[in-house]
Design a protein. Structure first.
Length: 197
């Protein structure tokens, strides 16, 4: 049996401290107290609890690479509203997003060549090893994008037009600035997400 990594030990230790101080959090209700949801990127520099002023139990936070309105993200938003009562949604992308640094073709080619972690030199991606990978990456839609503002608008429009999304749920679009911590509204996205009769 292999010895657990340092990261594993750190996570387990941190959880022990957290659980020891858990207090009344076990009594939090299942529906989010502030009745809203955020769809945002998985980027480690983003902390929705901090940038949106959340406490545990306040809101649903749905994260994926790029904060994109994928089928699974929309599935989560629909559950969030239909079964757990959220009535406002925020789509929040961010500056300096890694999803702008590659295309479906680039990641597909990298995965065919090798499944290990690729390297980026500021201009181009490459594999340090070539052990053979899988063609399966060629059949995944990776939801990459070039224009951040445009991608927020597209995601809000995709959510707004989905047949399972109620017209009375407003959807707001923002870009989080990783250099300042500020949320900058994308007016065109918020307009696209407005409530309709």
């Amino acid at each position: 049996m292999t010895k657990p990594s340092a990261v594993f030990e750190e996570v387990v230790s941190a959880n022990g401290k957290y659980a020891g101080d858990f207090g009344d959090k076990g009594k939090l209700a299942l529906p989010p107290a502030r009745r809203f949801a955020i769809l945002t990127c998985m980027d480690a520099r983003l902390d929705p609890a901090k940038y949106a002023g959340l406490a545990e139990g306040d809101a649903h936070v749905i994260r994926n690479a790029g904060g994109r309105a994928s089928d699974d993200a929309i599935r989560s938003l629909v559950i969030s509203h239909k079964l757990l009562g959220t009535n406002e949604w925020f789509v929040i992308h961010h500056s300096d997003c890694g999803m702008q640094l590659f295309t479906n073709e680039i990641i597909g080619d990298l995965l065919v060549d090798d499944l290990g972690t690729a390297q980026f030199d500021g201009k181009k991606w490459s594999n340090p090893h070539h052990h053979g990978g899988s063609v399966a990456g060629k059949f995944v839609h990776w939801h990459t994008f070039e224009d951040n503002g445009k991608s927020v608008v597209e995601d809000v429009q995709r959510i707004r037009s989905h047949p399972l999304v109620p017209k009375q749920v407003p959807i707001y679009g923002f870009i989080y600035d990783v250099k300042t911590g500020r949320l900058d509204e994308v007016a065109e996205a918020t307009a696209a997400g407005r409530v309709s009769a």
